[in-house]
Write a protein that binds this ligand. Structure first.
Ligand SMILES: NC(=O)N[C@@H](CC(=O)O)C(=O)O
Ligand SMILES: [Zn+2]
Ligand SMILES: [Zn+2]
Length: 347
């Protein structure tokens, strides 16, 4: 057996799915992302959402104002699709440098109240995305109350995604934060216009981590953690070397008291230690040699953007994740708060 590496050097990774929020939160969320990632796809689910070119440019400048000195970080902006998004708005957003448009089925997740109520309503917008080479990003879950929460991603694939791929064969789409074997199989067998992001927490955990021996609200995110066969399928997909699967942390800050509550918010904060969490997951699968393509190559290739050309280095070193981190005037508990992980960014 070959000896396990004690350091790995990667082209600088990008994060293809992150929530930075707005206002006072930005000083730490932007700094945490920018210390590791060269670029990030900035999710538009603010309240109210980022819905057009002007709002995207304003939000971008609020983010840019918080980038620490001597740090090159490029926020890649996304607009939030609503029932009323027009083809003209898509064209104008593309013109303004917006790279993608995001579908939140209404009510599916945090801040999705303005989301799409019926996909048919946005077909003209999807045509425009296809025409203007804009990526179409999906929170892929149905919201029908009769569909069990653990089945919502599979139901989205069966009811919506299969049709969408047929109707819009040229549209480049990303099924975000996939959580099931069904999603991994669908994406792997779809055309090369269909890709997926995978979070570190869905690679590291399954629903037992959240629910066995006590309910642990910091593992609660959407789509919800599934049973271990799904976790195994996601690990397999992420480490398969397929260019259809790439890194998206879905780092989603919520104040600690909003998660440790009778009705807790969905989302895990991983921007602070995202690349280390992925390194741990890939190491657990004996697949560290697959990490660079997943983290730094397949994402820019799918988005038609150049790869970064500087590097980062991770070392096999134990360190403790902080118990809390700032979130504006509040605090949050990062994923695995207070726990030890075995990979650390050292350069
Ligand atoms: N993933 C989550 O559980 N939460 C995200 C929203 C999302 O990505 O669905 C958030 O904005 O908090
Ligand atoms: Zn989502
Ligand atoms: Zn998200």
């Amino acid at each position: 057996m070959t000896q396990k590496p004690s350091t790995i050097t990667l082209l600088r990774p990008d994060d293809w799915h992150i929530h930075l929020r707005d206002g006072a939160a930005l000083s730490s969320t932007v700094a945490d992302a920018a210390k590791t990632f060269g670029r990030a796809i900035i999710m538009p689910n603010l309240v109210p959402p980022v819905m057009n070119a002007a709002q995207a440019l304003e939000y971008k400048s609020r983010i840019q104002a918080q980038i620490p000195a001597n740090t090159a970080f490029e926020p890649l902006m996304v607009i939030y699709l609503t029932d009323n998004t027009t083809p003209e708005q898509i064209a104008a957003a593309r013109q303004a440098g917006v790279v993608a448009c995001k579908l939140y089925p209404a009510g599916a997740t945090t801040n999705s109240d303005s989301g799409v109520t019926d996909l048919k309503k946005v077909y003209p917008a999807l045509e425009a995305m296809q025409e203007h080479d804009m990526r179409f990003l999906m929170h892929g879950e149905v919201t029908d109350s009769d569909i069990d929460i653990f089945d919502r991603e599979k139901a989205f694939i069966d009811r919506t995604l299969v049709n969408l791929e047929e109707q819009f064969p040229e549209l480049k789409m990303v099924l975000e934060h996939i959580t099931t074997k069904d999603a991994a199989e669908f994406v792997a067998s779809a055309s090369n216009h269909v890709a997926a992001t995978i979070t570190a927490h869905h690679l590291l955990f399954n629903r037992n981590h959240m629910l066995a021996g006590g309910i642990r609200p910091h593992y609660y995110c959407l789509p919800i953690l599934k049973r271990n066969i799904h976790q195994e399928a996601l690990i397999q997909a992420a480490t398969s070397g397929s260019p259809k699967f790439f890194l998206g942390t879905d780092s989603a800050p919520h104040a600690r008291d909003k998660k440790e509550a009778a009705c807790g918010c969905a989302g895990a904060y991983t921007a602070f230690h995202g690349i280390e969490l992925y390194a741990q997951a890939f190491d657990n699968a004996d697949a560290l040699d697959k990490l660079e393509n997943f983290a730094s190559v397949f994402g820019p290739d799918f988005y038609g953007l150049p790869r970064n050309n500087d590097t980062i280095t991770l070392s096999r070193t134990d360190w403790q994740i902080p118990e809390t981190l700032p979130l504006g005037d509040d605090i949050l508990a990062p994923l695995l708060a207070g726990e030890t992980i075995h990979w650390k960014r050292t350069a």
